[in-house]
Every structure is written in structure tokens, then in C-alpha cells.
Design a protein around this ligand. Sequence first.
Ligand SMILES: [Cu+2]
Length: 184
Amino acid sequence: MKAYLALISAAVIGLAACSQEPAAPAAEAPAASEAPAAEAPTVSEAAPADTAAAPAAGNCATTVEANDNMQFNTKDIQVSKACKEFTITLKHTGTQPKASMGHNLVIAKAEDMDGVFKDGVGAADTDYVKPDDARVVAHTKLIGGGEEASLTLDPAKLAGGEYKFACTFPGHGALMNGKVTLVD
Ligand SMILES: [Cu+2]
């Protein structure tokens, strides 16, 4: 009986020893996941070169990326007039949570943007966009790292004015903004 217990405890010690070992491979994991990430830009840079003008004509959707450094990956979203509906997908490529590094994408007339920001600051419950704000042409919900959200708008709403996009999370708008341009 004692020998049996000794075997069991030996097995438990053995298990405990084993369970500590995965620490080593886990420490290597980030290095492994960095490799594909580092290669990714090369792949996406190559893609536009191959397809040149193709995405512009009749493409009624685009993707905008936002990251943990409070940046969008573009300063100009081009919306084709020919589209009945245009979809903008916002992708948060970072890892930080919505509470500390949340992003949204809000479209409004350039001259209305200040007011949209001011009223949005207090609207944490509605993703930093004042409910039913008539100045807002369209907006996504607020997202955190690894998430995505999209908005769909009628390009006709952008005619005859200068429109901008921005993130209305408090403090982000100064860096996270750009133009929305209507193109043929
Ligand atoms: Cu933001």
C-alpha cells in the first residue's frame, strides 16, 4: 500500500514537473507570432501594385484600420459616387480593450466635427456619439483590439460639402481624423 502511494506521489511529482515545462515553449510563442505579422505588410503592399486601378471602379466597400497607437491607417477615405451604398469596415488591429483604446469611425461635415466631438465626450454609454446626432452622417460602434465594425452610407449624402471622419473616443480625434472624398 505504501509502495502504491509512493508511486502515485511520484506520478504527481512527475505531472507537476511536466506542467511546468510548457513555460518554455510559451515564452517562444510571441516570437513565432511576430514572424507572420512582420511579413504581412509585404503581402498587402504587393497586392495593390498587381491590381492597380481595379479596386477603384465599382468597389463599394473599403476597410480602415485603427491601432493601439491611436492611429488610423489612412487620412483619406474615397467613396465612389457610383455606389448606391458604400460600406466602411473599421478594423482594430491592436490588442488593447475598448475601455482604454476604443475606436469608432464617425463621419460628419468638417465644420460640424467639433460639435460632434464635444457632445460625444459625455456619451460614453452610446459609444461617444450623442444619440440621434443629426450632424452625424454615419458611424460605427466603438470597438476594442481585435474587433471590427462597419457602417453603410449613401454616397449621395456626401455631395456638396467637405466631409471628415474621426474617432470620437475622448482625446483621439486630434490624431485620428481624415477626409472623406467622393470620387467617380
Ligand atoms: Cu480612437
